[in-house]
Design a protein around this ligand. Structure first.
Ligand code: AMP
Length: 552
């Protein structure tokens, strides 16, 4: 016997319809490439998204066609989130920090038909425009006057069929009804960073996106409500800005988009001028912000929480936010293949009475699974390790917003653990404590194998990051004649500080098992960062491939 409830599909357009009707006056503020601060509302956003949906149809975009963006976080990008997916096409958010060859590879692989881009990326677009196979229209996300004033004619000439976003919007009226279709229809496409092999596409559906947004908004997840002013620092080209553009509509929160201004000063200005209560981003961004706030002796007057994920958040950063600035850090973990949310480190009731010290120890973990994500840790034979086990193993996940297969079948069957259950292997090495808090010890390819035992590089990096003279630290495996591999610490010092190898190694004493202590430290000017702000340890390993550790 079936239930007798309405069969309305979970569609992304329904989020916008809700926001327009119930939160129409709520503001969306953007720092624009034009240089100013732009203000709009959900009502206006909905109107312009409908116009853009009509413009897409006029450009010949059909359901399931891929429409790409190369854009910062801003209201026009948000309009495209809804216009493209809402009309039944697939929004493909390209990462503008990639090399032009990779952009060409990904755009061809996705078979993008139209590509929208911010004026900032004009040189990149000029470099790829003659090389992509399927893009029929290039649309610069500004008005024609700004384009003429700011774009060199010889660069513009390299881009065929260049259109201006505001011309497209102005040419349409907003009489448009969002179509209804199966909720399993593809809605957006995002490529993994591809540190091994070519990037692979992850194709989200309307259903997975809406369910994920519900879960993300929950109190023990990102805890978002209509009273919040949310500033997503995490780019809209990186796993849909962790779903905040969808959550914003779902709860009617004010949204504040930073555009290209991702430096500490620009971010801080927006936090304060727009009364931001919640933000989200990778640790490297927060480093810049904290450095600015510290150097200028500033305080946050409205910001209460910030979500940090994408790579391990050093406990020293969690403490700095909490103790000096009263900002609660929510450590979160996920991946492109998981839409991205997997775990968030929200306290259970039992932690209320604990000391601050104990609470910080919990906050350093990546957190508990949000409902919708099931996870387990298995040993090398695939046997499940119980919660509370001190042994780390491979972390497997499953759920309705977790990838089943990559776009066009790349990479074969990722559910290689599928013993009928279909678990996705995350490639992370982790353990889960008795309370269900998961802690990542490493990416499986970053793990250091010393004499057959594993050393977790994240723990070693976290300790180094707690040293006041360390700006950034990466721990990698270096070849060792006796132990196969031993940890080598690569460190960027904070400007104006003086730190020696011996002082830093002494800093490890008493903090970890002695045999985990790195064998050596090298000081460098910079650690290579990937397109999503993560340390590229594969590049460091390559750089230090022949490094000779002291063997005494
Ligand atoms: P991406 O698909 O680019 O978002 O990368 C996903 C990977 O980033 C995960 O599989 C983890 O290795 C890493 N990651 C994400 N969040 C965290 C976190 N909070 N702590 C440690 N690693 C993380």
């Amino acid at each position: 016997m079936n239930g007798q409830m309405m069969q309305l599909p979970l569609l992304i357009s329904s989020l916008l319809v809700h926001a327009e009707r119930h939160h129409g006056e709520r503001e969306i503020v953007s720092r624009r490439v034009e240089g100013d601060i732009h203000r709009t509302t959900y009502k206006e956003l909905a109107t312009r998204a409908r116009r853009m949906a009509k413009a897409l149809a006029r450009l010949g975009v059909q359901p399931a066609d891929r429409v790409a963006t190369l854009a910062w976080n801003g209201y026009r990008h948000m309009e495209l989130y809804y216009a493209v997916s809402g009309s039944g096409a697939v929004l493909h958010t390209l990462n503008p920090r990639l090399h032009p060859d990779q952009v060409v590879y990904i755009a061809d692989h996705a078979e993008d038909s139209v590509l929208f881009f911010d004026l900032t990326f004009l040189p990149l677009v000029a470099a790829v425009a003659g090389r992509t196979k399927s893009v029929r229209h290039w649309v610069v996300m500004t008005d024609r006057a700004h384009l003429s004033k700011n774009a060199p004619a010889d660069v513009v000439a390299k881009i065929p069929n260049l259109l201006a976003y505001e011309d497209l919007v102005a040419a349409e009226d907003d009489h448009y009804a969002w179509p209804s279709f199966d909720e399993n229809t593809a809605s957006s496409l995002c490529y993994t960073s591809g540190t091994t092999g070519n990037p692979k596409g992850v194709l989200y559906s309307h259903r997975s996106t809406v369910l994920h947004a519900y879960a993300a908004a929950l109190p023990d997840a990102l805890n978002c409500g209509s009273a919040d002013a949310i500033l997503p620092v995490v780019p809209m080209f990186h796993v849909n800005a962790w779903s905040l553009p969808y959550v914003g509509c779902m709860v009617g929160a004010k949204l504040v988009f930073p555009g290209a201004g991702l430096d500490g000063k620009s971010l801080y200005e927006l936090f304060e001028s727009e009364g931001v209560t919640l933000s989200a981003g990778v640790p490297t961004v927060w480093q810049g912000l904290l450095a600015h706030v510290e150097a200028n002796n500033l305080r946050f007057s409205t910001m209460k929480r910030t979500i940090i994920g994408g790579s391990a958040c050093p406990p020293a950063m969690i403490r700095a936010f909490g103790e000096k600035y009263g900002v609660h850090v929510l450590h979160a973990w996920g991946m492109t293949e998981m839409s991205p949310l997997g775990t968030v480190c929200a306290f259970k009731g039992k932690h209320a009475g604990q000391s601050q010290q104990e609470r910080y120890a919990v906050m350093a973990k990546q957190g508990r699974a949000v409902y919708g994500v099931d996870m387990k840790v298995v040993d090398e034979n695939g046997a499940e390790l119980p919660f509370g086990s001190e042994t780390s193993g491979d972390l497997l996940v499953r759920g309705p917003w977790i990838l089943e297969k990559y776009f066009k079948g790349e990479g074969g069957d990722p559910l290689r653990y599928s013993d009928g259950d279909g678990w996705f292997p995350t490639g992370d090495v982790a353990k889960i404590d008795a309370d269900g808090y998961m802690q990542i010890t490493d990416r499986s390819k970053d793990v250091i194998k010393s004499g057959g035992e594993w050393i977790g590089s994240i723990d070693l990096e976290n300790i180094a990051m707690a040293h006041p003279a360390v700006a950034m630290a990466a721990c990698i495996a270096a070849p060792h004649p006796k132990w196969d591999e031993r940890p080598l610490l690569v460190v960027v010092k904070k400007p104006g500080t003086d730190l020696t190898r011996e002082q830093l190694l002494a800093f490890y004493e008493g903090k970890i098992a002695k045999w985990w202590t790195p064998d050596d430290v090298v000081f460098v000017d910079a650690i290579p960062l990937g397109a999503t702000g993560k340390m590229q340890k594969n590049k460091l390993r390559e750089q230090f491939r022949d490094y000779r550790l002291p063997t005494a």
